[in-house]
Structures are given as C-alpha cells and as structure tokens.
Design a binder for this molecule. Sequence first.
Ligand code: ZN
Length: 165
Amino acid sequence: MAKTSDMAITDGKIVTFHYTLTNDAGEVIDSSSDGDPMEYLHGADNIVPGLERQLTGRGVGDRFTADVPPEEGYGVRDGGGPQAVPRSAFPPNAELIAGMQFAAQGPDGSIVPIWVTRVDDDTVFIDRNHPLAGETLHFQVDIVAIRDATSEEMTHGHPHGPAGC
Ligand code: ZN
C-alpha cells in the first residue's frame, strides 16, 4: 500500500477535507471549519460532480479553490419556483420545516427529491430545485487525508467512520 502522503486522489480513495463554501456574493453558505472535516468516497457520487472532478489527482496538504458552475453543482433552476401545497396534504404529525428534504414520486414513477422552502399555518411551499440550484459554488478546499477504501466501503459506496456504517 502506498504511503498516505504519496497518495493521489483516484476512484476508490476515501478523502478527508476541510472546506468553506461561498456563493458568488462571497457569502459563506457552509463550512467544516468549526467541526469535523468532510469525508467521502471518490468516484461514488458522494459530492457534487464539479468538486469531485477538481479533487481528482490532488494530494494531502493541497489547498485550492474549486469554482463549480450550476451544471456541475446542484443543477440549473428549472420550473416556476416553489409550489404551494395545502398543509392538509401532509400527514398531521409530519414535522415540516423550511430547508428539509423529502422524497416524492415523480410523474414517471421515479423518486425525486423535494425541498420545503417555507411553511405557513395552512400552506407548505415546496420546490423540486435544490436550494443551491442555479448557484455557482466556490469551495475553498484543504485536503487532510487520503486512504484506500475498504471492500465494504466500496460495496456500500460511502465511507465508514469509527462507528461503522
Ligand atoms: Zn455503509
């Protein structure tokens, strides 16, 4: 096995990195700097394609900025924005909070993700666009560690932490 310090990021590696995500306006949308770094399995669609592509071939200690257009990020925005749905269309005990995501059945029977954008007394606003759809993403990346995935991680398609799956 290659020494961790010599490893480059290729498919089948578990990569650990810190990141700060900002939008075009320079606002910080998300950051790992106050907590644990992000860990993912390279080549398994664990992270947005544009970021994964720009991590390919990098090594431990690399710091760089990855600019990711919507097409390689959370997609371009489509449709006419959020739709209003009566609160009564949801189970009475369902806890509905802006920002939450759930799975719905699309017209062709496939499962599509839906996001809740706003919740009023009688109305829930839902959007099939990811909240970051249409945004160009700017990731400040700091690669912390790279290791080979275990065969179990490869089978599952994601990293396992100390607690397992
Ligand atoms: Zn697993």
